[in-house]
Design a protein around this ligand. Structure first.
Ligand SMILES: [Zn+2]
Length: 315
């Protein structure tokens, strides 16, 4: 999970403000039922495309771009379709962290722009995030955000519906929201790509990890593969050096090529950016564990040189 600041929270896509969308909200409010949304609006192409672009820190997708699940940072191409996810569940809420207290959903937020995220079915499924929404504060009171004018004209009052603002923020949600929270303050890794909570609010990290299933087996294996590919390259380069294929300068050159690619893993467009940043922030520990002792200093020096070179490049 990585911080996603690009969405224009004050200006929802026009599709969410058309009369039909507002009438759906009104119907859900009147019937106190989030099932009133017939899924016409939030999976609409412009909305999905904007969410997909924001997931890799862009406002518009380019050919070849690979959007990511907002929770696990898996890219679409892993055979799963990214879905529009309601951060606050619209139809019903399972409220407990460990128990199953069931409450009505946030039916008035079914088409609220700041309530819509993009998630893969593995993070969003019934046995994962599903309808769960535990909080530490007081559950928000339902409101009617639809205004009817004297001639029946309909409009939306979003003053109390934004996920990042009062009164909803006073609920103190436990599950991390990548558009509001900075995941690196709550989540860290070990050298084997397992996620755990950390920092003063480690509980939010741990509950989010469990709820979004961020340590599911395949996901951990895919994250670890990112590092293993680098480890393999380092080993091949060392083998070439020991066989006399490369001299000292050649090995140093190859290490620096690897280091440049390692640093690219910090990029927001890459899959598993939070993990890529963890690897880079803790590169000395990874090298200590995974690289033959005779070559550790040499690799670390190459890494430092590449970092220094990149700092000289004007932004
Ligand atoms: Zn996911």
């Amino acid at each position: 999970m990585i911080f996603l600041p690009l969405k224009d929270r004050e200006n929802p896509p026009a599709r969410l403000l058309v009369g039909g969308a507002l009438r759906q909200i009104e119907r859900a409010v009147i019937n106190l039922d989030g099932k009133e949304y017939n899924a016409t609006y939030y999976p609409d192409t412009p909305i999905i495309e904007l969410l997909r672009a924001c997931s890799i820190h862009k406002l518009q997708l380019q050919p070849g771009d690979r959007p990511k699940c907002n929770y696990c940072e898996s890219q679409l191409e892993h055979g799963l379709t990214l879905q529009v996810e309601h951060y606050r569940p619209k139809a019903k809420v399972e409220a407990g962290v460990n128990d199953n207290i069931e409450l009505p959903g946030y039916y008035w937020l079914g088409l609220e722009w700041t309530n819509l995220l993009l998630a893969c079915p593995k993070c969003n499924g019934k046995d994962a995030k599903g309808n769960h929404f535990p909080i530490r504060g007081v559950r928000a009171v339902a409101i009617n955000p639809i205004l009817r004018g004297p001639r029946g004209q309909i409009s939306l009052d979003r003053s109390q519906t934004k996920a990042h603002a009062q009164p909803l923020s006073a609920e103190l949600p436990i599950l991390l929201n990548p558009e509001i929270d900075h995941p690196e303050d709550f989540l860290t890794f070990d050298l084997y790509a397992n996620i755990s909570g950390h920092g003063p609010n480690a509980e939010r990290g741990n509950v989010s990890r469990d709820r979004y299933k961020l340590n599911r087996n395949l996901l951990v294996a895919e994250r670890l593969d990112v590092w293993k590919a680098f480890k393999k390259r380092i080993e091949v380069d060392i083998a070439g050096f020991e066989l006399g294929v490369h001299n000292d300068a050649g090995l140093q050159y190859l290490f620096k090529v690897t280091c440049r690619e390692l640093l690219e893993r910090k990029s927001l467009e890459k899959e598993f950016t939070l993990w890529g940043r963890y690897i880079n922030d803790n590169i000395v520990d990874f090298i200590n564990v995974y690289v033959a002792p005779d070559y550790q200093d040499r690799f670390n020096q190459a890494y430092d040189e590449v970092v220094a070179e990149q700092q000289l490049i004007p932004a």
